[in-house]
Write a protein that binds this ligand. Structure first.
Ligand code: PMP
Length: 459
């Protein structure tokens, strides 16, 4: 921390010059909302420049999975920076860290997925994925098979293609998105879409039928891939209804459509299993990884490619020359060193088991504390993910008007109680995705702050 700079000075520069992502620009510039300058963190706590400490129950943006302040990862990064801060990975170049990490990822990926392409964040990894899917179909002589089907409420990034894949209105409005080759189908959101007569399995069959109807309407020979998060994340933290992925996968196989599992949130343990695809028996052709790959100690993402796709890509380069896709920072050595140290730590401390066990404890404690509240519609989760969805009326599932900004107000009250949760962007949903190192006492603290804040606002 630079003690020469005053808080007032930094705050002035912040409001005047820092273009913050996902922020209301006018309100921030006019100082109608305050800034927060984070200075340090340890375990599950972050501290700011005013000396306030908060339990980070969202692990940054569900990414600091091993918790803050891990010296093993910091040391690995420093060592790598001293030895070799950068070299590119074009035309067969690599580093010990990037090669070792590739092997470690392949060992943790589902069977038959053995090749990793690296990027920096989830968005660029998904951009890579769509390009590779298009390349694949061109090599196979199917130039028309290019459209991608995503889901409403899916989140896949903020780029041109990935912002299009994202099925949230805020990410399209005024950006001329989605692009025309991207389609959206029904979200597997049983609580909101169930007409109260369908079972979960029936709702899954309905989602699969909607997907198939879209494929038939468009023509299967125009659809290249389907992309989905094993558990909807930013769209509301929604685990799929029973039988969903089986039903979807059957439709995709029937029409020869690739499956991209976006595991930016679920990859490397968040569901209590190493990969979300294994958790739900999915058989993807590509898996997107980011956040938990390095626990955000350095920016790094990846696309894990199946052997089936790899064979076609390889053929493509035999016919056309080197693959025309590369980032300067693909497999950046510092990111790769962080990734190796992070995955080792995950194993050494058995943090995936902790995510499963403490995650279950958190979800149960939340249900016990708030399950009967008149305005709590659903408490749901999987592994170290949990969401509390608020409703105006539990019986007919009517929702509060968005203008009431209920979830942001409750999350604001939680912050006053020293706990950071996230008001998910669409609907009154309070989201939790703590670091896997969370203890029972810390889980209790999250539940207490949630309950007290909901009662303070809603009675
Ligand atoms: N996919 C998923 C499932 C995500 O949750 C996110 C980020 N929250 C992304 C992709 C995009 O990642 P990034 O913000 O690193 O570009």
């Amino acid at each position: 921390m630079n003690k020469q700079l005053t808080n007032d000075q930094l705050t002035q520069w912040d409001h005047d010059h820092f273009f913050h992502p996902s922020t209301h620009l006018g309100q921030f510039a006019r100082r109608e909302m305050s800034n927060r300058i984070i200075t340090g963190a340890n375990g599950v706590y972050i501290t700011d420049r005013e000396g306030r400490s908060s339990l980070d129950a969202f692990a940054g943006l569900y990414c600091v999975n091993v918790g803050y302040g891990r010296t093993e990862i910091a040391d690995a990064i420093a060592e790598q920076a001293h030895e070799l801060a950068y070299y590119h990975s074009y035309v067969g170049h690599g580093t010990e860290a990037s090669i070792t990490l590739s092997k470690m990822i392949a060992e943790r990926a589902p069977d038959g997925m053995n090749h990793v392409y690296y990027g920096l964040g989830g968005s660029d990894a998904n951009e890579t994925n769509i390009k590779l899917v298009w390349y694949y179909n061109n090599v196979l002589g199917r130039p028309e098979k290019k459209k991608i089907i995503s889901r409403w409420r899916g989140y896949h990034g903020s780029g041109l293609v990935t912002g299009s894949l994202t099925g949230l209105e805020l990410f399209h409005k005024k950006f001329d998105l989605p692009l025309s080759q991207i389609l959206h189908t029904e979200a597997p959101y049983y609580y909101r879409r169930n007409d109260l007569s369908m079972s979960e399995k029936q709702f899954s069959a309905h989602c699969a039928a909607e997907l198939e109807a879209m494929i038939e309407r468009e023509g299967a020979d125009t659809i290249a891939a389907f992309i989905g998060e094993p558990v909807l994340g930013t769209g509301g933290i929604v685990p799929p209804p029973q039988g969903y992925w089986d039903a979807i996968q059957k439709v995709l196989n029937k029409h020869d459509i690739l499956l991209i599992a976006d595991e930016v949130v679920t990859g490397f343990g968040r569901l209590g299993t190493m990969m979300g695809s294994d958790h739900y028996g999915m058989k993807p052709d590509i898996i997107t990884i980011a956040k938990g790959l390095t626990s955000a100690y350095a920016p790094l993402s990846g696309s894990i490619i199946s052997d089936k796709m790899w064979a076609v890509l390889e053929r493509g380069t035999d016919e056309n020359g080197a693959i025309g896709h590369g980032w300067t920072y693909s497999a950046h050595p510092i990111g790769a060193a962080a990734g190796v140290a992070n995955l080792k730590l995950l194993d050494k401390l058995d943090l995936v088991s902790n995510a499963r066990n403490i995650g279950q404890y958190l979800n149960q404690a939340m249900a016990e504390a708030l399950g009967e509240h008149a305005h709590v519609g659903e408490i749901r989760g999987e592994g170290m993910l949990c969401a509390v969805e608020l409703v105006k009326n539990r019986d007919d599932r009517t929702f509060f008007d968005a203008s009431e900004k209920l979830a942001p107000r409750i999350v604001g009250k939680m912050l006053e109680r020293g706990v950071i949760a996230r008001a998910m962007p669409q609907g009154d949903i309070i989201g939790f995705a703590p670091p896997f190192s969370l203890s029972r006492e810390e889980a209790d603290k999250i539940v207490e702050a949630t309950k007290a804040s909901i009662i303070e606002i809603l009675g």
